[in-house]
Design a protein around this ligand. Structure first.
Ligand code: SF4
Ligand code: ZN
Length: 710
């Protein structure tokens, strides 16, 4: 049998299975029964991507099978191998969807993950564009041995590559005690091979969410995934024909397949690579997909990778804990003169971890002194905020909080591997020197564990420094600065998206403040953050400037003509897809509701976060819907053109609580309203517009008296 024949046979097989599954589901539930994969705005995202049609019921799913049949052309042209492969993938999506119809908790049994939510894909946006996640590996197993399975998975993980597992390799990884889950970027999709579709679905939804690729445009979909999603497939022999068919689909999307199958298979240069030495698949795959890994050599006894950022360390696994809520702890970056800093000096003041009783809660102060000719004190908080991710990337370390409210857990395993206090210094030194090499010429780290010394330094050094910084931040307004910045990092996924970052409006991902953008520009003057001189004001109310328009036009390659920084209705800023929050007009109250990515429930718009989020994105202006960062909510520039924060009528409770202090202060200052947040609805108050209106009326919410927005 030839490779072509295997693809055709495999796609026919999975097609038949899918047809049977649809028929039996209709028999059980009826044709009007609603179908969708969970927590997505696209129902069956792969089918939607390739046809533009949203399948809503079992009856429509049956019709969809007719459409899919059309993809299974078997005329022995190369293009038929690709479309048959895509057809096979669509059948797999149908089968996986029906698993959820049968039992919505079908993937809740550990360790399987199944379908990824839209919110999870949006969460991957920033690490993908920054290169923290340099690629996507899909491994279909089992591997020849548990050890080889674990070694391959870990080799990708340590490069930051996100790994999707399908089939027997998941149990192998479990036996080899590989820690798995979305948070640690090793995602066990499912035991059945049809689960591979959940990886395909991520790539296609990236095209929909970030790329604004029109659903139903086959060529544009494949072009987007080929150029922008750096995925590849590793498939262990023996492969059945359906897996070979899925492989055809993967290649159509631009994802090379690396396998050790040798019978009835033929090499396709750059796309289907036969490599019998499975122990070198890591290198073979990276070369095939042209993925380059940036390595920073750090001298520590535990692994260091972005995948460990999501690692949780439970109390029972804890060697010790730095606990800023009970004892004096802090982290601080200080700018010094070149002569005052000895490069790579790492000093410990106080007892080391082996002199501290297991299970203790300890004090710790981490002082990082930097010096450089172009260093500015404005960069101190930028570096300091990175400590969180730097320390978290160490395997066996969990870091939360910032400034003098930090908590760091050290696992017993990390301690036993030899991890000591000075290794925090090694990590911070290495990362700051490599990430900020243009501004930091010298760097030294002092780790203090002596409790009295921590208390003294906290009060004499740290708190005054934070106070000075807060004063500086307070004085930073859009009016007080001469320049704004662009950020176009997300263009690798959203080709025409431009964020304009101002002191009072941070990037919609929440990760880029005006100070961050300033530092990025200093580090890389030709990089993603370009200076916009704030000249040529057109309209203060809308927040429009000729120079801002010019920048947006230039950096969107002409896709955008103009943008108003303070309006959601007139030329609002575009969204890429990785926004922390989405805000949309609520027509009955004249207000807006905001939903954050973490919120899984319903909003009074009758839409969930993924549904609201799907209304905008891909670098397109959508009046009435706008993605934004969490911190923008309390800004005096939030919807300033439409009357400001007084328009906010509903937010999820947790989000409301997290912004309450600052939002209340803004409302007091702008409208002299006390405790404004008490007037804002949430899911415990209303999930429909009628109940919300009753609540707002009772509270006398200011939006009710404002001019209509539309
Ligand atoms: Fe992307 Fe905007 Fe954040 Fe830059 S500021 S990373 S463009 S969302
Ligand atoms: Zn983005």
């Amino acid at each position: 049998m030839t490779l072509f024949e295997r693809v055709f046979k495999g796609s026919d097989e999975v097609y038949e299975q899918a047809v049977k599954a649809v028929d039996s589901a209709i028999e059980e539930h009826g044709a009007d029964y609603a179908v969708s994969l969970p927590n997505t705005a696209y129902n069956l995202p792969c089918y939607y991507s390739f046809t533009g049609a949203k399948v809503k019921t079992l009856g429509e799913l049956k019709e969809a099978m007719g459409t899919i049949k059309g993809w299974l052309k078997h005329d022995k042209r190369t293009s038929d191998v690709f479309t048959s492969g895509i057809g096979a993938a669509l059948c797999a999506e149908v089968i996986e969807t029906l698993k959820y119809v049968k039992d919505e908790n079908c993937y809740d049994a550990n360790p399987y993950h199944g379908h990824l939510s839209d919110a999870e894909i949006r969460e991957l946006g920033v690490p993908l564009v920054t290169g923290d996640i340099p690629g996507v590996a899909v491994i279909i197993g089992p591997a020849p041995s548990d050890e080889q399975a674990a070694a391959l998975i870990k080799s990708y993980q340590s490069d930051g590559i996100i790994v999707f597992l399908v089939g027997g390799i998941i149990q192998q990884a479990q036996r080899a005690k590989v820690n798995m889950g979305f948070k640690v970027r090793i995602v066990p999709l499912g035991e059945d091979l049809t689960a591979v579709i959940h990886a395909v679905s991520v790539a296609l939804r990236a095209a929909l969410i970030f790329g604004n690729v029109p659903a139903g445009d086959y060529d544009a979909m494949c072009k987007y995934t080929m150029e922008r999603v750096h995925a590849f497939v590793n498939a262990y022999t023996p492969l059945d024909d359906t897996t070979v068919a899925y492989g055809g689909g993967a290649i159509a999307l631009g994802f090379p397949v690396i396998t050790n199958e040798t019978t009835n298979i033929s090499r396709v240069p750059k796309s289907l690579i036969i490599d019998e030495n499975v122990d070198q698949w890591h290198d073979t795959s990276l070369e095939a997909r042209d993925i380059k890994i940036k390595v920073t050599k750090i001298d520590i006894p535990v692994a260091f990778a972005t995948a460990f950022e999501g690692e949780i360390i439970r109390r029972g696994d804890m060697q010790l804990e730095v606990d800023g809520s009970r004892v004096d702890c802090f982290e601080l970056v200080r700018t010094k003169e070149l002569a005052e800093v000895e490069d790579h000096k790492i000093e410990l003041v106080g007892p080391d971890f082996d002199q501290i009783e297991v299970g203790s809660k300890i004090s710790m102060a981490i002082l990082v002194d930097v010096a450089g000719k172009t260093m500015q004190s404005d960069f101190e908080p930028v570096f300091e905020r990175k400590f969180h991710s730097y320390l978290n990337c160490m395997e066996g370390i969990m870091h939360t909080g910032q400034r003098d409210m930090i908590r760091i857990r050290v696992s017993k395993a990390a301690y036993e591997a030899g991890l000591r206090a000075k290794h925090f210094g090694e990590v911070l030194y290495a990362k700051i020197k490599s990430d900020y090499d243009k501004v930091v010429d010298k760097c030294q780290v002092t780790v203090v564990t002596d409790p009295e010394k921590c208390t003294e330094l906290r009060h004499s050094v740290a708190i005054p420094a934070y106070d000075r910084r807060d004063e500086r931040l307070m004085s930073l307004t859009d009016e007080s600065v001469d320049v704004f910045y662009t950020c176009i990092l997300c263009q690798s996924f959203s080709p025409s998206h431009v964020c304009v970052v101002t002191p009072e409006r941070l990037g919609l991902c929440g990760a880029v403040s005006w100070l961050d953008a300033k530092a990025t520009n200093e580090l890389d003057p030709n990089g993603p953050c370009q200076i916009i001189h704030k000249d040529g004001v057109i309209d203060e109310r809308l927040g429009t400037w000729t120079n801002v328009n010019e920048a947006v036009r230039k950096y969107s390659q002409g896709a955008l003509e103009q943008v108003s920084l303070y309006s959601i209705m007139e030329d609002p800023m575009t969204s890429c897809g990785c926004f922390e929050c989405i805000c949309g007009i609520e027509p009955f109250s004249n207000g807006v509701i905001i939903a954050n990515r973490e919120y899984a429930g319903m909003t009074p718009l009758g839409m969930t976060f993924p549904e609201m989020a799907s209304m905008t994105g891909g670098g397109v202006q959508t009046p009435g819907f706008m993605g934004h960062g969490k911190h923008f909510i309390a800004s005096k520039k939030f919807m300033k053109a439409e009357g400001g924060v007084a328009r906010i009528v509903w937010m999820p409770k947790a989000l409301k609580e997290s912004v309450a202090e600052k939002l209340n202060a803004t409302a007091k200052e702008l409208y002299d309203i006390d405790n404004f947040c008490d007037m804002i609805g949430d899911e415990t108050i209303a999930e429909d517009p009628e109940t919300l209106m009753e609540f707002l009326t009772e509270k006398g919410h200011p939006a009710l008296g404002m001019d209509p927005m539309m």
